[in-house]
Design a protein around this ligand. Structure first.
Ligand SMILES: [Zn+2]
Length: 288
């Protein structure tokens, strides 16, 4: 692929919309912030890449997409939030304590639920939910897209942890209205082709490494075998929007006695879940 943390939007023929993303650097940054181990990294990577791909639907400023995974096994909670400026922040519970026998989201996350929230800046964000019947973030988000969207679409992510370099790629394919029979057949063919990880590895190897440098167009050419044009490129950043003011407003929800309980020698320390930045206050800054 081209530059890391970039999503390329392409139109294949007339009605197949493709988003292809390389979030490898951002994934590495998130892994460092949250100190995920090799087992919890895959689930975090999948959630971040899916959120970024779904953010291609964002149309307005102030709009946000949140993907929240509620797990039932060792990982209880993963959340990734993307805003209209392509800033991503993410959080994962107990990232370093996950110990399982194999690399599988089914093992780490289990069969909980996935919640996708579209916040368009009004007071009532819309949340859709799907039960994790497959126990896999990709497959379950595809199930969500199937039941909730009018559009025919699918998502596929590729999170590498065993390779020399950490990698996080993804693809989101949608059929736009007025698609032709040929485009529908091609969509079904590509969906089937990409549903198998080993198969994609083989394809990407043929076109010069697993979606690495300068192969994103070769990849689309190879997989779709139809003419396409590039519509746009978006660059993502891991950026948290926490602030002194926001942290203080969270603490203000507690009573003075509760604040007293969490304070040490009248000092209160609070850490942002998304970026781990620490904020320090004196209890006298709050009303009795
Ligand atoms: Zn923060």
């Amino acid at each position: 692929m081209g530059k890391s943390n970039t999503m390329t939007t392409l139109l294949v023929k007339d009605c197949i919309l493709v988003n292809i993303i390389d979030l490898s650097d951002l994934y590495l940054e998130a892994k460092k912030i949250h100190k995920t181990n090799e087992y919890s990294s895959i689930a975090l990577g999948q959630t971040i890449v899916c959120g970024a791909l779904l953010s291609s639907d964002i149309k307005n400023e102030n709009e946000k997409i949140t993907v929240k995974v509620n797990g039932t096994n060792q990982i209880k909670n993963i959340v990734s939030i993307v805003d209209s400026n392509k800033n991503i922040k993410a959080d994962i519970s107990d990232p370093d304590s996950v110990t399982i026998s194999k690399f599988s989201v089914k093992e780490t996350v289990g069969k909980g639920s996935i919640h996708i929230t579209r916040d368009i800046g009004t007071k009532r964000p819309y949340t859709g939910k799907v039960l994790m019947t497959f126990g896999d973030i990709d497959l379950d988000i595809n199930h969500y897209l199937e039941v909730s969207n009018q559009q025919i679409s699918f998502i596929k992510t590729y999170i590498g942890i065993c390779d020399k370099k950490d990698s996080a790629y993804g693809i989101y394919v949608r059929l736009l209205p007025d698609y032709s029979e040929e485009e529908h057949i091609k969509f079904d063919f590509v969906k089937k082709l990409l549903s198998d990880y080993d198969r994609i590895k083989t394809i990407t190897d043929e076109v010069g490494g697993p979606l690495d440098k300068k192969s994103e167009y070769d990849f689309v050419r190879k997989v779709f075998q139809l003419p396409f044009k590039i519509l746009k490129k978006d660059i993502f950043k891991y950026k948290c929007d926490c602030s002194d003011e926001r942290m203080k407003s969270i603490l203000k929800l507690l009573s003075y006695d509760e604040l007293k309980e969490v304070s040490i020698k009248n000092n209160i320390e609070i850490k942002c879940n998304y970026c781990k930045k620490k904020y320090k206050y004196n209890i006298n800054e709050f009303n009795k």
